[in-house]
Design a protein around this ligand. Structure first.
Ligand code: NDP
Length: 279
């Protein structure tokens, strides 16, 4: 008789583009964990019901991706402090007592990639985040912990940016604006946290925000440069980075939450880039 591997997966809509099964497959092999990891395309209307079904059917853990990160807060029975702060969940983990824990590993993943992998400095720098969705919610507190000079959230729907900034006022100088009202001058770090790249679009932000030393980071990623990366390079950016490292680092943190072991990320990142180049 063979043991059934533990079931994990990622729930999103759309989700077919996700590399998470590939990443967690390598993590499982490297750490000797018996698990399978699958894609689950759940629409917003069915999200809650299908998540409950997944865990009632023996599932052990789910990653949650767009557009469900905020909805997943309500599905969890309890939240880690970082998920409670973000009011967004990207990791659901079944606990021994049957309760569902909601966590958020996006911020840890972004900061690890930016600061450890790429040596980007946040402290006393001007930071612009474009987008005010679930991913932005997860990264504000970890970025503010590094004490930037200011952090501006710019969003197509200005009201969402203002509300989000209001939720994090206690952490320091965070403000929210519409695209037309991004304050003047160049920024040291610009993070694209919109889903615009998924449809080949570029957020309509002012061109003057990029200077000679500006680092532009697209949370989205692709085998070729994303639309945002192409735009940044056209504006003269010489440090334009895609979100592959964030993807792998946040996944490693989710894996640690589920399995109690943190897998090494370097080999997965190398395998991912090689694989993506071949697809
Ligand atoms: P959400 O659906 O929660 O939010 C989407 C955001 O994108 C909103 O702010 C929305 O603005 C904005 N947006 C969508 N289309 C456009 C457009 N054409 N122009 C301008 N703004 C637009 O998504 P998430 O926050 O969960 O994810 C955002 C992105 O980050 C995705 O590309 C996702 O793949 C990526 N991501 C990558 C991670 C990684 O590990 N590398 C981890 C997490 C996310 P509005 O409010 O006006 O609708």
């Amino acid at each position: 008789m063979t043991d059934t591997p533990d079931q994990y997966g990622v729930a999103g809509h759309p989700v077919a583009h996700s590399w998470s099964p590939f990443i967690h497959g390598i993590f499982a092999k490297e750490t000797g964990q018996s698990m399978v990891y699958r894609l689950y395309d759940f629409t917003p209307e069915e999200f809650r019901e299908r998540v409950v079904e997944f865990f009632q059917g023996g599932g052990r853990g789910l990653n949650v991706t767009l557009p469900h990160k905020v909805a997943a807060v309500e599905v969890a029975n309890e939240l880690t402090p970082r998920a409670a702060r973000a009011q967004a969940v990207n990791t659901l983990a079944l606990q021994g007592d049957g309760r569902l824990l909601g966590d958020n590993t996006d911020g840890a993943g972004l900061v690890r990639d930016l600061c450890d992998n790429f040596n980007v400095v946040i402290t006393r720098r001007r930071i612009l985040i474009i987008g005010a969705g679930g991913a932005t919610r997860g990264v504000i507190a970890p970025l503010m912990a590094l004490e930037p000079l200011e952090l501006i959230i710019a969003n197509r729907t200005a009201e969402k940016a203002r509300t989000l900034a209001g939720d994090f006022q206690d952490l320091g100088p965070v403000s929210g604006v519409g695209f037309a009202y991004v304050p003047g001058g160049t920024f040291d770090v610009i993070i694209n946290a919109t889903s615009a790249s998924l449809s080949g679009e570029v957020p309509d932000i002012p061109v003057g925000v990029i200077g000679e030393d500006t680092v532009c980071y697209d949370m989205a990623y692709g085998k070729a440069d994303t639309a945002f990366i192409q735009w940044a390079v056209q504006q003269g950016c010489s440090h334009a980075l895609q979100g592959w490292g964030m993807l792998v680092e946040q996944a490693a943190e989710s894996f640690r939450v589920w399995r109690g072991v943190r897998p090494p990320t370097g080999p997965v990142l190398a395998a991912l880039k090689e694989r993506a180049a071949r697809v």
